[in-house]
Design a protein around this ligand. Structure first.
Ligand SMILES: *Cc1c(COP(=O)(O)O)cnc(C)c1O
Length: 444
């Protein structure tokens, strides 16, 4: 099964025909500044006209190599042909009825498929909403209804969204929370496992997290712990071996719902169906969004049937949740994942990126850590010979890469991480080109 339209399969380098941003992008951007509030940020003011696989073509005709995939959304490539065909066909049949008014079968079938592919063989149920943050909010509602308890614990360096509840769960207050309080009550943050910075084993880090949970909250009031198996915005922080299963074990023993936020890491991105599998984690609830429909808006909450049924009829849902067009696209995504091709591609991308970055690190001591799995790889920049975060350089690398036609994302609570979230269509030659560009940026 191929992931990319044939006509671009041989293109290996960006094609730049104007300066960046080009004149048409600059003209649109000036209009945007009048029409769109500045709170809606803009990483790169280059306006996209169409996209295929790992390529973005802007309004000036420049072709850019996209290593961010709209933050891990178009995992199977932009305008993936079978996903587009499935969505178009559905659009011709029915685009909306509201599942809670008059339902449709493809929603039920997607719930069945997610039950099959999420970790664990227990009975599961799923419902759909529109965004990652909405999935997080609903998971917290369900955990509270199930346990009859109030508090939700999130981890340091976490990111869970921009709604009123989720912004209170994020590690970083700026830019997500500044000025937007008061914040939702009964949210607590506890230390995570961050091997580069804490040097703890998984068992030690879990013991520290649990100590905080018991001292600051107490199991009697704790409804849920939420964790990203690999943290996304926090800088692709990979927890030490054993950390997540130890937290799940404590949660199970204390009637606390364990929620895995797989919104960025899930659904093939890390070379497995879910990143939880990399750590032997079987969470109570699993959240999906970003990559689930390869670009169409959809998010899911999947979990233990007895927990999911805690909310009463009418308590869950929303007008657009589980839109049939997004659901049809998600089925095409799952079909591709079931073919196995994407997992092999994610592994190929991991080895190309990790070996290329390791080679760069031999020449550039500022690369203090290389981590991640599959097509979710990052490097963290530090003062040479220490773990002190080197702020500012990640943004400079991304800005330089953009001038060479390579779109890179940054991340990390200290702003010192460059992350790769390419589509699985990206070739080893394209990766090599991007690494050359990063090498040039570091040399400057
Ligand atoms: C993006 C993201 C969210 C929020 O999803 P939205 O669709 O932007 O609301 C939540 N959790 C994680 C881990 C994410 O990466």
């Amino acid at each position: 099964m191929t992931l990319i339209a044939e006509d671009l399969a041989s293109l290996q380098r960006p094609e730049l025909v104007t300066e960046l941003p080009g004149p048409k992008s600059r003209e649109i951007h000036a209009r945007r500044e009048q029409a769109v509030p500045r709170g809606v940020g803009c990483a790169l003011p280059i306006y996209i006209e169409h996209a295929d696989g790992a390529w973005l073509t802007d309004v000036d005709g420049n072709r850019l190599l996209d290593l961010g995939s709209g933050i891990g959304v178009t995992t199977l490539g932009h305008t993936q042909p079978t996903v587009v065909a499935a969505a178009k066909a559905q659009l011709d049949r029915v685009s909306h009825t509201l599942f809670t008014v008059t339902p449709y079968e493809n929603y039920v079938r997607l719930a069945e498929r997610l039950a099959e592919h999420t970790p664990g063989t227990h009975a599961k149920k799923t419902f759909f909403v529109n965004s990652g943050a909405e999935a997080v909010e609903n998971a917290v509602k369900i955990a509270r209804a199930h346990t009859g308890k109030r508090v939700v614990a999130a981890l340091d360096h976490a990111f869970h969204g921009r709604t009123s509840l989720t912004m209170a769960m994020n590690h970083r207050v700026a830019p997500y929370g500044t000025g937007f309080g008061p914040f939702a009550p009964d949210v607590q943050r506890v230390p995570n496992s961050y091997p580069l910075r804490d040097g703890l084993s998984g068992a030690e880090a879990a013991a520290r997290t649990i100590e905080y949970l018991e001292q600051r909250i107490g199991a009697a009031d704790l409804a849920a712990i939420i964790a990203e198996p690999i943290q996304g915005e926090g800088g692709f922080v990979v927890p030490a071996e054993g950390y997540l299963p130890a937290l799940q074990e404590w949660a199970t023993a204390n009637d606390v719902v364990f929620i895995a936020d797989e919104i960025q890491a899930g659904l093939g991105r890390t070379g497995t169906w879910f990143a939880s599998e990399l750590f032997g984690l079987v969470p109570d609830l699993v959240l999906t969004a970003k990559g689930i429909a390869d670009g169409l808006p959809l998010a899911g909450v999947t979990g233990r049937a007895e927990i999911m049924d805690a909310a009463g009829p009418g308590g869950l849902g929303g007008t657009f949740g589980g839109n049939p067009v997004s659901i049809a696209a998600a089925h095409a995504v799952l079909d591709l994942l079931e073919s196995g091709t994407p997992f092999a591609e994610a592994e190929r991308i991991e080895s190309a990126l990790v070996s290329g970055l390791a080679e760069l690190a031999t020449r550039h001591e500022v690369i203090g850590d290389i981590r991640g799995h599959g097509a979710m790889i990052a490097f963290e920049l530090v003062e040479p010979g220490s773990t002190t975060p080197l702020a500012g350089l990640a943004t400079k690398i991304a800005a330089y890469a953009a001038t060479r036609g390579v779109l890179l994302l940054t991340a990390g609570s200290f702003g010192n991480v460059v992350r790769f979230l390419p589509s699985l269509t990206v070739t080893n030659e394209q990766i090599a080109y991007a690494l050359d560009v990063i090498g040039d940026a570091l040399a400057q």
